[in-house]
Design a protein around this ligand. Sequence first.
Ligand code: SAM
Length: 191
Amino acid sequence: MNDLNLTIAAIKNLKQVGSIVPSSQFLVRKIIKRIDFSKQTNILELGAGSGVITKGILSQMSDNSVLYSYENNTRLIALLEGIDDARLIVKGESVSNLSALQDDYFDVVISSLPLANLKNEFKNSIYKNVRSKLKKSGTFIQYQYLLSDYKKIERYFRNCHLGFCLFNIPPAFIYKIEMISDGHTMKDLSS
Ligand SMILES: C[S@@+](CC[C@H](N)C(=O)[O-])C[C@H]1O[C@@H](n2cnc3c(N)ncnc32)[C@H](O)[C@@H]1O
C-alpha cells in the first residue's frame, strides 16, 4: 500500500517525486550498510518518500539515536507520520528550510532528493546546508539514477566514493562523501 502511495504521488507530480516506485530493499541495504550504528547517531534524511529508507535506518539505530526525515509531499508526509517510533522526527516541509536546524549536529545525511529535477541554485543551497549541519567527521550519502550530479558533488565535497546498485528500479549510483575535519572551505559552485 505504501508503494502505491508513492506511485500515486509520482503520477501527480513526477518532477517532484522523481521515481514511480520506492527504493528496493537491495538499495536500502547498500545505503545503510555505509553507516556506523554502533554508537549514538544523529541522522538527517532528505526526501523520505513512503519511508522505505526511513524504516531501514530505524531498524538499525540505537535507542539514543535520532532521525529527522524531511518530505514535502502531503500524501507521503501522512505515511511517515504513521510510523510509530519516538526516535523519528518527521519534518513535513521542504528541505529549503534546512537552515533552521542546528549546525554540526548530524553524523549522517542521507538524501534521496531527485537532483536531476532540481535547479542548480537550489542544489547549491542544499549542499551548503548539508555541509553546515554535518559534524566535521560526518558522512553524506546520496543516490541518483544517472551520474548527472556526480562531478559537481565531487567538486564540492572531498572524498566522494561511488557505489552502484543494480537491483533497483531503475538501477542507482550511490555517492558517499566523508567529511574531513581540516577546515577545508567550500568551493564556489555558482560558475
Ligand atoms: C526519489 S523519491 C525517494 C523516496 C524514498 N526515499 C525512496 O528512496 O524510496 C524523492 C522524494 O523526495 C521528495 N522531495 C522532493 N523535493 C523535496 C523537497 N524540496 N523537500 C522535501 N522533500 C522533497 C519527493 O516528494 C520524494 O518523496
